[in-house]
Structure formats: C-alpha cells, structure tokens
Design a binder for this molecule. Structure first.
Ligand SMILES: C[S@@+](CC[C@H](N)C(=O)[O-])C[C@H]1O[C@@H](n2cnc3c(N)ncnc32)[C@H](O)[C@@H]1O
Length: 221
C-alpha cells in the first residue's frame, strides 16, 4: 500500500490532550524495557528523546534509570505543556529537561550517550531528518533506539488494527491512529533510510505485529 503522509505536528489542544490521555502503556513499556536492557541500570549518562510528545516514555525511563539525565524535545508547545504537567505530577522535573525545538536543527551544541525516538518518523515530511538528527546528536558509541508503526498492506488491514487495539478509544484518537498507520514506513524502508544515513550499528527488528524497532550502538570501534 502506498503511504499517505499525515500532518507533521499533532499539537491541536484537543488532539494533544486525547493523545496524552490515551493508554499507550503496552508499547511504551516495551520501548522503555528495551532501552533499559540495552543500557543496564549501572551506567549514568545523558539521553535525548526526539518527538517526546506528552513524555510518558521519558517518565518510564527516568524511573528505571535513576542515574541518567534526560532531555525531552518536541516541536509542539501544547504537547510540551502536557509533558510538563506529567513531570510535575511525578516529581521528576529535576531529571528531565523539556526543550521546544523543531527538527531539523543546525549543528547541535551537545551530543548524548543515548538518542531515542518513538512514533516521530512517520510525521516528518522527509524521514532523513530524523536519521540525520540522530547521527548529529549521538556521541561516540551512543545507544540509539527508534520505534514506529509498520505500514499495513491495505486500508482494510489498517482499520482492523485500529479496531483491535483502540476499539474503545475516542474518535479523534482512532482517526489519528488510522492516519498514522497509513503514513508509517515499513521495517524494510526504515532499513534503507538507516543505510543512507550511514548509521552502521543499527539493526531493525519487529517487536510486535504493528511496530518495527531500530536499535544498536553507533560509532563503536
Ligand atoms: C505521535 S507523537 C509521539 C510522541 C511520543 N514520542 C510517544 O511515543 O508517545 C509525535 C510527536 O512528534 C512531534 N513532532 C513532529 N514533528 C516534529 C519535528 N519536526 N521536530 C520535533 N518534534 C516533532 C509532535 O509534536 C508529536 O508530539
């Protein structure tokens, strides 16, 4: 199925609120567990989450990796306001710095020991924006983990996935989910983008039927 891009930002107040209130605990915990397994909880470091949205993954990681400092970056002011609320509720504001910025950006002022991103790639008009940003932000030997939806073969299949995983969700969220499935890249396409970006060290896997994940350490000798 041909991909159908969707709007880059999802920052309408109602849309951002519906997204923040949705239950993404299953994929978000899967994502966080994979990061924790790769890094172990013994190392301290710096991590940036690109397109952090309302910050749920950062919160999970801040709790699981108490010696890491996190930066949560997003272009949407409404999303970031919701992330701020969640951080304050969890008393984790001192461990997670929120940064409003829209990728692509120029040369970064710092690099990170880990660069992560979930469900941002399919929003970007040019997917290389994400991979090139990662290449610029990852320090030597940094851990990188990117997860996104896998585009299904047909619109009928996309509808079935929405029914299966978001049957009781509000209409606005179901529509966003459906549009995201149509806009998503496949694991093979992501692999081609990674090669084009020269991000040797990343491997693409399929942690669930509806997701792919690229992960690994980049720039290690
Ligand atoms: C589907 S949400 C994913 C949020 C979060 N990562 C998660 O897993 O729940 C995509 C996020 O990417 C942000 N975004 C879209 N384009 C962006 C860009 N060019 N730079 C930074 N953030 C962007 C949107 O504002 C939105 O919050």
């Amino acid at each position: 199925m041909q991909r159908i891009p969707e709007p880059e930002l999802m920052d309408e107040p109602a849309q951002a609120r519906a997204y923040a209130e949705a239950d993404f605990s299953e994929p978000n915990q899967l994502f966080a567990d994979a990061v924790v397994e790769a890094l172990g909880d013994h190392r301290a470091g710096t991590m940036i989450d690109l397109g952090c949205g309302p910050g749920d993954i950062c919160l999970r990681l801040a709790r699981a990796l108490p010696r890491w400092r996190l930066t949560a970056l997003d272009a949407g002011p409404n999303m970031l306001a919701l992330a701020r609320e969640a951080l304050d509720r969890a008393s984790l504001s001192d461990r997670i710095e929120l940064r409003q910025a829209r990728l692509p950006r120029g040369r970064p002022e710092q690099t990170f020991d880990a660069v992560i991103s979930n469900s941002l790639l399919h929003h970007l008009p040019d997917p290389m924006t994400l991979w090139q940003s990662i290449a610029a932000l990852a320090g030597p030997g940094a851990y990188v983990q990117v997860m996104d939806l896998q585009r299904p073969d047909s619109v009928e299949r996309a509808r079935r996935i929405v029914d299966q995983h978001a049957a009781d969700a509000p209409a606005i969220l179901r529509e966003d989910f459906y549009n995201s499935l149509l806009a998503a890249w496949t694991a093979d396409e992501a692999g081609e983008q990674i090669n084009a970006a020269g991000l040797a060290g990343l491997r693409v896997s399929r942690p669930s039927e509806r997701h792919w994940m690229a992960s690994g350490f980049v720039g290690r000798d």
